[in-house]
Each structure stands twice: as structure tokens, then as C-alpha cells.
Design a binder for this molecule. Structure first.
Ligand code: ARG
Length: 456
């Protein structure tokens, strides 16, 4: 008979058992389920709802079950539907009738909610560590590349010269926001739903503060109907993971481009590259591509959970059992992506000469020439047009701005002085960016210092 079978006169069809069950995937929550049940059992004793003797049998039984699961001695059964009822059944088989008292003042609705929150809190903390490791690697890379000159792009067209450290520190700031976004999400996940019962609370005089203390929750869900109904913390987490993925995918895309023969800015380490089964010469950036691909999968998970939760009436609905699939998949994939991305990055080498060479063409100092004229009093719009003419002249004569003689400069404007030839050197174009947050070395060093302070 099912644990809930009292009011049924017929057993469920076997196809229903199979369809209804979640044990195949929610067994991942066995530890959280047992820890939650132990806290619940202790609370029932503390409140005089169970005798100490009853409580001890239950708690000892649960602790034994935890060990047995970890030793691989337990086989979960589809007929007991989910992890919660499997463990309750195993407990009752082990400790006898008293095991049936564990579910007093509790529902699977608050039970599953607390399990998921316990799981997610732990995993967010794991992901925060991975993000911090990545941030630390970005700082190291930046420090090694404060003088590495490369083109900055807009529209993937050479725009203005920057340093690789500046480029990397842009990602540092993105991942730093991801970090704080996850911390915020952690705070909203850190609410205890246990004690909510099915939806309305319970007739027992329970102690939810004690439960929160036992299970290390900072807050208690204030409204029991809300406690069992919402999965917004799951949605928020997958949103934050989607944004992390989006950032990873942009960096991966750049690495893939930099790794092409056309760019040739980086050398990926052999240990983080793969070959082709037909073309012997190939060395492919599969790892970067796969992380980029995982982004689509994680976005799919976000759409999955958003759509599951859309329009569900309060409180619990069985639809919500499906929440674990996108959640677990997101946790697993964001973790491996962050880990492997960091490894791929720290083993990658910049081809500094090629990067610098790429700043020679593409008139990357044109804006600096326009600024030069504007500083001599010419309105910026006018100087923009003058330099536009100079660029056109250069294209027609197959020259760079740096190749022009002072006579050629003067033929476009008599505001030019000899110093223009020095001012338009790529190094000087970078160093002359004096505004706060710019690519000049002192600004980038400032960013690195702030980044190190953040990491502590
Ligand atoms: N396996 C269920 C889930 O994961 C547990 C909650 C079941 N509650 C219920 N009222 N049927 O959502």
C-alpha cells in the first residue's frame, strides 16, 4: 500500500507509478532530506510532540540510513515515488511503527521546499568559490599583461588601442557583478519553509526558530502559503547562472576568434584543445565552444522553470516536481563550465607581438588625432571631419596615419605641430587616456588594486 493509500480502494496503474515518480532524479536530495528530517524530529521532541525516546529512535535510524546510502547499500524504489517517501519507508522498516510519527506536523510540500533550499544554498556557496577562483585568475592574467597592447573593437572592427589587462579587467567586473548577484540570490534562498505544513501551517505548537537554527537558515518564510508555493529562488538562481553563462560565452567567443589563424592572438594549451578525426592539422577550441553551447542549455533551463511556474494557482501543484530537472542541470553545468573555463584560460598564452602588430593597421589612432585638433580649439565635429578626410587620403595612398609626414598633416590643418608625430604612437594613444576607468596603465593598475581588495 502507498504511504497515502488510505482513501483509495484500488492501486495506481503501473504506468502512473512510473509517470508520477521523481525518485530517479530527486534522490540527489537524500542528504538534505535526512538532515531536514533529523532537525524536524529534534524539534518534535523539543516541543513535546514526540517523546525523547521516540525521537532518539527516529534520529538514530535516519543517521544510519544516511550512512547506508553513502555506502551504496540502499536501493530506492519507484513504487515509493520520491526521495521523501523512500526514506520514510526505509526508516519505518528499520525502526518500526515509531518511524510513522516523523511526518507529524509536516507535509511533503514544506519538506521538498526545504530540501531544495538546503541543496541550493550549498551549491551557490560552491559556485561562489568557483567564481572567486576565476576572478583571482583574471587578476593574475591582468598583472602579466598591463603592457600587452591589442586592438579594442566595436562591431568587431578595430577601434582604439587598449591593453590586454584592460580587456581582462572588463570581464573581471562582469564576473564580480555575477558574484554579488549570486550573493543576493543566496540571501533570498536562505529562508526556511519547513514548518509550513501543506499550506496553512499546523495545529501543533512547533518551533520554527529552532528548525532554522538547526538547519542554519538566516530567516523563516513568513507566510506558509508562500513558503510551499514559490520557486522564485530557483528562477532567480537560474537567471543569475544564465548571466554568468552569457559572460562566459562572450569570453569564449573572443577566445575562439583570437585562436583563429586570421587573428592569431592566442595559443591554446594542448591539454585544453582537441583534434579532428579527419584533418590531421587541426587543433580546435572545442572547450570554449562547448562552454558557449552550455549557455544555450542553461537559458533553456531558465525558460523551462519560468514556464512551469507560470499561472500555477497557489499552493503546491505537481507541476513543481519538474523544478529539479532544470535546477540540477544548471548547477552541474555552470560548475563544470566555470571550472574548465578557468583552467583553459590560465593555460592559454597571448601572442603579444601579433596583438600589437594588429594595432598598426585600421587607423586606431584616428580618434586621438581628432582629439588633438579639438584641443587646439577646433570643434570636435569639425576635427572628426578633417581626420575622416585624412583617413580617406591614407586609404587611397595605401598608408597609415603614422606614415604621414608633417607636411602631409599640415595640408589637412595648420593646427598640427611637430608633436603630433609623437602623440599618435599607439603606446601614447593608450597612455593619454587619462579619464577614470580608462585603458592607461595607471588606471588599469588602479582597477587591479580594487579587484585585489574585493578578493581580500
Ligand atoms: N516529489 C514531490 C516534488 O518533488 C514532493 C512533493 C509532493 N507533494 C505533493 N503534495 N504531492 O515536488
Amino acid at each position: 500500500m502507498k504511504l497515502w493509500g488510505g482513501r483509495f480502494s484500488k492501486s495506481t496503474a503501473s504506468i502512473v507509478d512510473e509517470f508520477n515518480a521523481s525518485i530517479e532524479f530527486d534522490q540527489k536530495l537524500y542528504k538534505q532530506d535526512i538532515i531536514g528530517s533529523i532537525a524536524h524530529g529534534k524539534m518534535l521532541c523539543k516541543c513535546g510532540i514526540l517523546t525523547n525516546e521516540e525521537g532518539k529512535k527516529i534520529i538514530d535510524g535516519l543517521e544510519e540510513i544516511l550512512k547506508e546510502i553513502e555506502a551504496g547499500k540502499i536501493e530506492f524504489k519507484l513504487e515509493y515515488e520520491d526521495i521523501h517517501m523512500n526514506i520514510e519507508k526505509i526508516l519505518t522498516d528499520k525502526v518500526g511503527e515509531v518511524g510513522k510519527k516523523l511526518h507529524t506536523a509536516r507535509s511533503r510540500n514544506d519538506q521538498v521546499a526545504v530540501d531544495i533550499r538546503l541543496y541550493l544554498k550549498e551549491e551557490i556557496n560552491n559556485i561562489l568559490i568557483l567564481l572567486k577562483n576565476l576572478l583571482a585568475s583574471l587578476i593574475d592574467m591582468s598583472k602579466e599583461n598591463v603592457d600587452t597592447i591589442m586592438p579594442g573593437y566595436t562591431h568587431l572592427q578595430r577601434a582604439q588601442p587598449i591593453t590586454a589587462a584592460y580587456h581582462i579587467m572588463a570581464y573581471f567586473n562582469m564576473f564580480k557583478r555575477d558574484y554579488t548577484r549570486l550573493e543576493d540570490c543566496l540571501d533570498r534562498t536562505d529562508y526556511l519553509p519547513l514548518g509550513a505544513g501543506a499550506l496553512a501551517g499546523t495545529t501543533y505548537n512547533t518551533d520554527r526558530d529552532f528548525l532554522a537554527e538547526q538547519l542554519k537558515f538566516s530567516h523563516i518564510c513568513e507566510n506558509s502559503l508562500d513558503a510551499v508555493s514559490d520557486r522564485d529562488f530557483v528562477i532567480e538562481f537560474i537567471s543569475a547562472a544564465s548571466i554568468i553563462s552569457m559572460h562566459l560565452s562572450r569570453f569564449c567567443e573572443e577566445i575562439i576568434i583570437w585562436n583563429s589563424a586570421e587573428f592569431d592572438f592566442v595559443e591554446m594549451d594542448d591539454s585544453y584543445s582537441t583534434g579532428s578525426s579527419i584533418m590531421p592539422q587541426k587543433k580546435n577550441p572545442d572547450i570554449a565552444e562547448l562552454i558557449r553551447g552550455k549557455t544555450g542549455r542553461i537559458y533553456g533551463n531558465l525558460m523551462n522553470i519560468l514556464t512551469i511556474m507560470k499561472s500555477l494557482p497557489l499552493a503546491y501543484n505537481k507541476d513543481m516536481q519538474e523544478d529539479k530537472i532544470p535546477l540540477f542541470d544548471t548547477v552541474d553545468n555552470i560548475k563544470i563550465s566555470l571550472e574548465i573555463f578557468k583552467q583553459m584560460l590560465v593555460t592559454m598564452k597571448f601572442k603579444k607581438d601579433n596583438m600589437k602588430k594588429a594595432t598598426k593597421n585600421g587607423f586606431m589612432n584616428a580618434t586621438d588625432v581628432a582629439d588633438y585638433l579639438a584641443k587646439k580649439g577646433m570643434p570636435f565635429r569639425t576635427s572628426h571631419a578633417v581626420v575622416g578626410k585624412m583617413v580617406l587620403y591614407c586609404i587611397e595612398n595605401n598608408k597609415n596615419i603614422d606614415d604621414l609626414s608633417i607636411e602631409e598633416f599640415l595640408s589637412f590643418s595648420d593646427c598640427f605641430l611637430e608633436d603630433i608625430l609623437e602623440k599618435i604612437k599607439i603606446e601614447n594613444c593608450i597612455e593619454s587616456k587619462v579619464s577614470v576607468g580608462s585603458t592607461s596603465k595607471s588606471n588599469v593598475l588602479q582597477m587591479i588594486k580594487k579587484g585585489e581588495e574585493f578578493l581580500g
